[in-house]
Write a protein that binds this ligand. Structure first.
Ligand code: NDP
Ligand code: MG
Length: 399
């Protein structure tokens, strides 16, 4: 094992973040090696990637032995099943960086295991911090685990913060593309179809985050993510709509200087930076073409048409149990919308209603958070008058 090679685990290798991460590694095979890759049930895709990258271990969290043909994976690749196997695999000593590309609160357990094991986290799974930001960041301090953001906005802020001291920060400014409905009226928003909502103007992402971007709940989750990741109060976080998605976010310092990070919208850059930080290497992400005329527009967000945003500010301000409840309600709402059982504009309505009806605790334990996650999912299902459970609820992670 060469000391110069970075050993990586990719959780959610078959997803949008996962495949972008594979592209980064493919372009840097001499300095990066994938030891672990996981998927939930898409074994065909995972097998294709395993044949190319020859990891030590693959894990299929949603399947069990016997669910896939015996000769699916190369003979020298260890094939494991279930969430416990995912946890064991990220704890492996040689793993240096864990890229958390699982979608939803289902990503919490793997991220938590990696934090407990003191790994460097390339944090894409923002829901981990929305659900348990205070507990996870405290644990990271204890174990020496470093959380490097992959979310493009937070990667930009992480980089801009290097220009000053924490006490010199006036505010952080998250940019938002505004999604596909930036210019739609409130009446038009009542008639959004699934196809409309999945048609994001600047980013190509998995379905859950694409719907979150359309409701601007994604920005709400990012406000909460920023609150914990940068240990900054909600009052010092602002959102500005920037349709071109070139300025990925900004930090304003006390003297009025605003530092921004710019690049074309492409997740390979923040993923690569999370792996190579504090170094930078030349990469395969597209570069800004300054020989062409282009403009950068900024406008204030419309909290009336996009009420999810207010939820983000409120929940970031409250902390405690608010994040887990908002996240669980939103996950159910998005799932129901994608199953044509909920109107687009009901997503924030449902989320607010469940949030308002929960019993708030300011310093919950992880177990309390997990109990509330289950409760909020059930309440959200009741709200939609359904009884089935579309997303798995969380089980207690160990550390
Ligand atoms: P995708 O839906 O594209 O991919 C999700 C991945 O997670 C797949 O590998 C999937 O496996 C796996 N998975 C799904 N459910 C489970 C589960 N219950 N347990 C374990 N693994 C599971 O999502 P994205 O890549 O778009 O998003 C991943 C995370 O990154 C999200 O938290 C998102 O908010 C964040 N993010 C994404 C960005 C993007 O550009 N896509 C940008 C910034 C942040 P399988 O294929 O087998 O179902
Ligand atoms: Mg983002």
């Amino acid at each position: 094992m060469s000391a110069d090679v970075k050993h990586i685990a990719i959780l959610g290798a078959t997803g949008s973040i996962g495949t972008s991460c594979l592209e980064v590694v493919r372009a840097n095979m001499e300095s990066m090696k994938i030891d672990v890759m996981t998927a939930h049930s898409n074994w065909q895709e995972l097998a294709k990637f395993a044949a190319e990258f020859l990891p030590q271990t693959v894990v299929l969290t949603g399947l069990k032995e016997g669910d896939i043909p015996d000769d699916t994976f190369p003979t020298n690749v260890e094939v494991l099943f279930g969430e416990e196997a995912l946890i064991r695999s990220v704890e492996a000593e040689q793993i240096e960086t864990v890229i958390t590309g699982i979608v939803g609160a289902a990503g919490l357990r793997g991220t938590w295991a990696a934090v407990c094991a003191g790994k460097r986290i390339g944090l894409a799974n923002k829901e981990t911090l929305v659900v348990a930001g205070e507990i996870v960041t405290e644990k990271a301090k204890e174990t020496g685990s470093v959380l490097i953001p992959v979310d493009s906005e937070h990667s930009a802020i992480f980089q801009a913060l290097m220009c000053g001291e924490p006490n010199e920060v006036e505010r952080i400014i998250l940019t938002a593309s505004g999604g596909p409905f930036r210019t739609w009226t409130a009446e038009e928003l009542e008639n959004v179809t699934i196809a409309n909502a999945l048609d994001h103007p600047t980013w190509d992402m998995g379905p859950k985050i694409t719907i979150d971007s359309a409701t601007m709940m994604n920005k709400a989750l990012e406000i909460i993510e920023a609150r914990w990741l940068f240990d900054i109060p909600a009052e010092k976080i602002d959102v500005v709509v920037h349709p071109q998605s070139i300025v990925h976010s900004m930090v304003e310092f006390v003297d009025g200087s605003v530092m921004a990070q710019l690049s074309p919208p492409d997740m390979k850059l923040p993923i690569q930076f999370a792996i190579t930080y504090p170094e930078r290497i030349s990469g395969i992400s597209p570069k800004l073409d300054l020989t062409q005329t282009f403009s950068l527009d900024f406008q204030p967000p419309d909290l009336e048409r996009f009420p999810s945003l207010s939820l983000g500010f409120e929940v970031a301000g409250k902390g405690g149990t608010a994040g887990v409840v908002l996240n669980a309600a939103n996950e159910i709402a998005v799932d129901r919308f994608l199953n044509k059982q909920l109107a687009f504009t009901d997503i924030p309505r449902l989320s607010r209603s469940i949030l308002a009806s929960h019993h708030f605790e300011s310093h919950p334990t992880l177990d309390q958070l997990l109990t509330l996650d289950r409760w909020a999912r059930q309440e959200a299902l009741r709200w939609t008058s359904l009884t089935s459970q579309p997303s798995p609820s969380l089980t207690a992670p160990r550390c």
